[in-house]
Design a binder for this molecule. Structure first.
Ligand SMILES: Nc1ncnc2c1ncn2[C@@H]1O[C@H](COP(=O)(O)OP(=O)(O)OP(=O)(O)O)[C@@H](O)[C@H]1O
Ligand SMILES: [Mg+2]
Length: 256
């Protein structure tokens, strides 16, 4: 592999990047983990935090585990003991948190989520914060993912996929973010294959940028389980396919 781990850059100040997507299951967790792994191997322990996760899996000992948080913790090099800090609220139903919490009789507290995320951001040089579902997903009835990112005052990266219909979702997501005062860094294409990319995939790349004026900041390939589960391999693939320096520079300029 040609890419190498880059050395740590000094003097970026506190930076945070929100990770949203055009839909659920687009690869927010994988992208968050990929950025976290790349930062880790540059010598920066990234802040990671997910305010609530639904669809969690119950382990044999009864503990509910968020596979999203577990993956990110592994990528960032966190020990299991930090689980509660990274993911304070876990829900079992695979529904939006507003519905899952209602069914499970749990009252979600947006202020606590914002506090937790802010503590993560102030405690780390660079934080990468995965959202939940898409940008309007209801965390509670009156607190959507956009309210969460807006309250944190951080810019977001939108994870997109080179599939039919995604340009529409990408444009709508970016405009919605901006209308609500959330700066957008650009798009990160997930599941790119340079060898098989044809008119559909290349057309998507062209229209993401043309219709929004925002940049495509990376094309993360479809990876094997082995690549995704080895943080060093994941970091190398990320360095090779994602413009991490540009993402950090843009985030620095969009701090609000
Ligand atoms: N680049 C990739 N290569 C291979 N598999 C991937 C890649 N990106 C995502 N996946 C797989 O696709 C599925 C969805 O990805 P992921 O969990 O990251 O999505 P998400 O947007 O975080 O979903 P959610 O909204 O549930 O949090 C997972 O099984 C993940 O392992
Ligand atoms: Mg996820």
């Amino acid at each position: 592999m040609k890419a190498s781990i880059k050395p740590k850059k000094e003097g970026m100040g506190l930076l945070a990047i929100g990770i949203t997507a055009t839909d659920t299951e687009m690869g927010k967790t994988v992208v968050t983990g990929a950025l976290a792994a790349a930062l880790r191997f540059r010598g920066i322990t990234p802040g990671i935090f997910k305010p609530v996760a639904s669809g969690c899996v119950r382990r044999q000992d009864g503990e509910l585990i968020s596979t999203d948080a577990e993956f990110q913790m592994k990528c960032a090099g966190y020990p299991d003991t930090l689980r509660k800090e990274v993911i304070p609220v876990v829900l079992e139903a695979a529904l939006a948190p507003a519905e899952a919490s209602r069914l499970e009789g749990i009252t979600l507290q947006p202020e606590r989520m914002i506090e937790g995320a802010k503590a993560c951001i102030t405690g780390h040089e660079i934080s990468v914060l995965e959202g939940i579902g898409g940008i309007t997903a209801p965390i509670t009835e009156d607190f959507l993912v956009k309210d969460y990112f807006k309250a944190l005052g951080i810019p977001v990266l939108i994870v997109v996929k080179p599939i039919l219909g995604n340009v529409n979702h990408a444009v709508l997501t970016s405009y919605y973010c901006q209308q609500h005062g959330i700066p957008v860094l650009g798009f990160l294409v997930n599941g790119w294959n340079e060898e098989t990319a044809g008119d559909l995939e290349k057309g998507n790349l062209y229209y993401y940028e043309k219709l929004t004026g925002l940049p495509v900041l990376g094309k993360l390939p479809k990876m094997t389980e082995e690549e995704m589960n080895d943080p060093r391999k994941l970091a190398l693939i990320t360095e090779q396919t994602v413009e991490l320096d540009k993402i950090l520079e843009l985030a620095k300029g969009m701090r609000i």
